[in-house]
Design a protein around this ligand. Structure first.
Ligand SMILES: Nc1ncnc2c1ncn2[C@@H]1O[C@H](COP(=O)(O)OP(=O)(O)OP(=O)(O)O)[C@@H](O)[C@H]1O
Ligand SMILES: [Mg+2]
Length: 261
């Protein structure tokens, strides 16, 4: 079964989507078959990967059994990287989930069990809210990765997310795999102080790798690419490579990656 990881933080603009794409691409390049799930009605990940803006099925169609997995899954041109697109209509699906008092938290979890054997990793890009879609992502995941910017508001808001994870954990196993710093400005004392504060709050969870600000990351997204496919030597590609190595060290891997020829 795939290792399923939600990338979550209810704060907007902390690089959830960017991290989902770039960690996913790094896992794919390392030989792990990876599925990205765009679980945000804003559909940012889909807008990056579906450059031609083709009309395609979206994850809500699959959740609600309006189509089968093979109709919804998209094969990206990148190594070992598939994705499930999103659409603004996922908001409507969330309202349907709310009406289902028995399975409302577990729509995604139930469906992912159908396809978990096909992948080594499933990464879920969540929306900037602790709504039912986020809860569904957590119920479907064994692990959570938390990207955070290094400012006091961002760090202060993490307690709401960790409380939600603790609530979910009362019902099913889930662990924080790592908390990592994004859009990091090196040489800025305040950022360093925030990073140390984060380590004090999460003594065993803060990852060493920091994702520094790098224009190539934005440029790559604009071009519809993970940063490593734009420039494998740039800071952004190196940082995501280091971060992914650390994530792999923390994962209970049963299978070694099959290097791509
Ligand atoms: N390391 C970085 N350097 C420069 N720009 C970055 C970096 N990481 C992310 N960005 C840019 O910051 C913006 C926000 O990133 P992203 O969309 O990934 O955040 P998000 O948490 O998914 O946002 P939302 O909460 O709206 O879903 C994007 O324009 C992205 O290209
Ligand atoms: Mg996003």
């Amino acid at each position: 079964m795939a290792i399923v990881i939600s990338i979550a933080n209810q704060k907007g603009g902390v690089a959830k989507t960017t991290s989902c794409l770039n960690i996913g691409a790094a896992l794919g390049q390392a030989g792990y078959k990876t599925l990205l799930v765009d679980f945000d009605p804003q559909s940012s990940l889909t807008k990056i990967l579906n450059r031609e803006n083709q009309t395609i099925r979206y994850v809500g169609d699959w959740l609600q059994n309006r189509c089968v997995f093979t109709d919804v899954v998209q094969r990206s041109p990148h190594e070992n990287l598939d994705y499930l697109p999103s659409h603004i209509h996922l908001r409507g699906d969330e309202m349907d989930m709310q009406k289902d008092f028995i399975n409302g938290n577990e729509f995604l979890s139930i469906k992912l069990q159908e396809v978990g054997a096909e992948y080594d990793f499933v990464l879920i890009d969540t929306l900037p809210s602790l709504s039912l879609l986020c809860i569904n992502a957590l119920f479907a995941s064994q692990f959570v990765l938390i990207p955070s910017k290094m400012d006091y508001v961002s760090i202060g808001g993490l307690s709401q997310l960790t409380r939600l994870i603790a609530d979910v954990k009362k019902k099913k196993p889930i662990e924080i795999l790592g908390v990592f710093s994004t859009i990091y400005r090196t040489g800025v004392k305040r950022q360093e102080r925030c990073y140390n504060e984060l380590k004090a709050i999460f003594p065993s969870h803060v990852l060493r790798a920091k994702i520094r600000i790098n224009a190539a990351i934005e440029e790559a997204a604009y071009e519809g690419l993970p940063v490593t496919y734009l420039d494998s030597q740039c800071r952004g590609a190196q940082d995501y490579h280091e971060l992914t190595k650390e994530i792999l060290q923390r994962c209970p891997l049963k299978k070694k990656a099959v290097p791509v020829a």
